[in-house]
Design a protein. Structure first.
Length: 194
């Protein structure tokens, strides 16, 4: 009976620990609406150009979505929108983010996204609605990794970005150690019964 209880506890612990933990999220709703944004509460930086924080009251081209980022600011030079975070070796990280077309009739936008060792390129037509995308990588070493978004245009109208979230799942060896320890408890319990 005791061994069965340990097996049930192990299953519950593994299921709970297998859940990804959110390490960062930003929907930009707390950021000030402004063209050529330079200050972001989520710790983002902009280099080599500009981005705009738009939404209700300032070029709200996609009503009902709060604040969001126009990845091709208002200077004719799309900025590199990026954020650094600390990664732990062996941990798998997944970033999810919503991308939409520019919704201003300016044709297609191509957005290059880099996250640690993962990268993706997304082509969006002007009328594309927000859709969630994901990228995943496993950190080979501990240290800073970068998440960046770069719109390929330079026409002051870019793809739209919203709801960025990063989650981490511990390395599989953590689960192996947990199961090994629980197995030893089961063996000890069986010896006590016998």
């Amino acid at each position: 009976m005791f061994v069965k209880q340990i097996a049930i506890a192990a299953t519950i612990l593994c299921a709970a620990s297998a859940q990804a933990a959110t390490v960062f999220s930003d929907n930009f709703d707390s950021d000030v609406l402004v063209l050529n944004s330079t200050s972001f509460l989520g710790g983002w930086t902009v280099s080599a150009g500009t981005v705009d924080t738009i939404g209700p009251g300032l070029y709200d081209v996609f009503p009902g979505n709060g604040h969001y980022i126009d990845l091709d600011g208002s200077t004719g030079s799309a900025g590199l929108f990026s954020k650094s975070l600390s990664a732990v070796a062996g941990t798998t990280y997944t970033v999810s983010f919503d991308l939409a077309g520019n919704h201003r009739g300016y044709g297609n936008d191509t957005v290059a996204v880099n996250f640690g060792s993962a990268s993706g390129s997304y082509v969006l037509s002007s009328s594309d609605a927000f859709a969630t995308q994901t990228l995943t990588f496993t950190a080979l070493g501990s240290g800073l990794v970068s998440l960046s978004f770069q719109n390929g245009g330079g026409d002051n109208v870019g793809a739209l970005l919203d709801n960025v979230a990063i989650a981490a799942v511990p390395e599989p060896s953590t689960y192996a150690m947990l199961l090994g320890g629980l197995g030893l408890l089961g063996v000890a319990a069986r010896r006590r019964q016998g």
